[in-house]
Design a protein around this ligand. Structure first.
Ligand SMILES: [Zn+2]
Length: 196
């Protein structure tokens, strides 16, 4: 008889039917030692019971369905990177097109900024002229409506171009901003649809 009892992992080897080098002496000990054989038999019963259970593998979609219920909190920079990646078209021609478009936009904006910096006075003059003409025509039209509806006092207020112009300008700005946001969202949705 060997000088010691079998270790748990050695009994595992025997239960698994391992036939490697060194299993021979373990088997020899098992044949001689009642204690170790009792532990081996218990483990054998458990292993056989597990073996008799029906074998089945999880469906291929199992991990997907689990992960769909797991709320993964991703850092803001990862989310930002993914959003940016989503905007990049998948196909090479579309990427070239988007790159050219971005380049043209960048050059246009930079050029406009540079031109404004050098010719700001001229631009300001043209812009003011445009604003004045627009305001005059709007005020003239509004004055007629207001004069017929409210009388001369309202007409004087409108002609001074105070609160009415401020409200009008804010309105135009808001409509432009909302339009730009919708246009960008639509562009992003199209890019995503193309990618998928
Ligand atoms: Zn033993």
């Amino acid at each position: 008889m060997n000088h010691r009892h079998l270790l748990p992992n050695e009994i595992d080897l025997l239960v698994d039917g391992d036939a490697g080098f060194g299993v021979g002496p373990l088997r020899a000990h098992l044949a001689e030692c009642d204690d170790c054989r009792a532990r081996y038999d218990e483990l054998r019963i458990v292993a056989d019971a597990l073996e008799s259970l029906p074998h089945h593998t999880p469906s291929l979609r199992f991990s997907d369905s689990v992960m769909a219920k797991v709320q993964v909190i991703e850092p803001w920079h990862v989310a930002l990177t993914e959003s940016a990646t989503r905007l990049v078209p998948a196909s090479t021609p579309m990427r070239v097109l988007a790159g050219v478009g971005a380049g043209v936009a960048a050059v246009t904006i930079s050029g406009s900024a540079a031109w404004l910096a050098f010719r700001g006075d001229l631009a300001g003059f043209v812009f003011n002229l445009f604003v004045d003409r627009t305001r005059d025509s709007i005020v003239a039209g509004a004055s007629e409506v207001a004069a017929s509806a409210l009388g001369a006092d309202a007409t004087a207020t409108l002609a001074s171009g105070g609160p009415a112009m401020a409200v009008l300008s804010a309105g135009v700005l808001a409509v432009t901003a909302v339009g730009a946001v919708f246009a960008f969202r639509r562009l992003a949705a199209t890019a995503r649809a193309t990618r998928e």
